[in-house]
Write a protein that binds this ligand. Structure first.
Ligand SMILES: [Zn+2]
Length: 161
């Protein structure tokens, strides 16, 4: 079953496939035929694979060989990585390790690198939080830009200016 095309979403949300143990990301869509063109995920590799638009039929490959090791990661593990990232953003107070454990116990795979998973979860969380102000002026600018209009806030600001 080497010609099976596995479809998954990578951790940046881009549609990707695994074909003959190599992973590819969507490169472009052929305007005339609607066929999809996929590039090998190894950035130094120029292997390109074309599939039909439903991603269930392999059409062609531009070269016969990748000159590197397979970059395959178990798709189930990839799913878990995506799930824990998503869940870490839904509940910012839940411990990352707890989220990972919950995901892992419902699946058959064993995680290869939990620390890396936790780091990526924390990165995702930081994106949701506003940056820490660097100075008092910075704080005031941010407060002014936000539409806080309560009397208490104005009192507070004039008391520190
Ligand atoms: Zn390649």
């Amino acid at each position: 079953m080497d010609d099976v095309i596995q479809v998954y979403t990578n951790n940046k949300g881009a549609q990707s496939i695994i074909y003959q143990k190599y992973s590819f990301r969507l490169f472009r869509k052929n305007k005339n035929s609607g066929d999809l063109v996929w590039r090998c995920n190894n950035k130094f590799c120029s292997v390109i694979v074309t599939t039909n638009s439903n991603i269930n039929v392999f059409i062609k490959q531009n070269k016969s060989k990748h000159h590197h090791e397979t970059n395959e990661i178990n798709p189930e593990l990839k799913e878990i990585r995506c799930a824990v990232k998503r869940k870490s953003k839904l509940d910012l107070n839940e411990k990352t390790l707890k989220i990972i454990r919950k995901e892992l116990c419902t699946s058959s795979v064993s995680a290869d690198n939990i620390d890396a998973m936790r780091q990526s979860m924390n990165r995702e969380r930081r994106k949701l939080l506003p940056p820490v102000p660097v100075s008092l002026t910075d704080v005031l600018n941010k407060v002014n830009k936000s539409n806080i209009t309560s009397v208490a806030w104005h009192g507070f600001i004039s008391s520190i200016c």
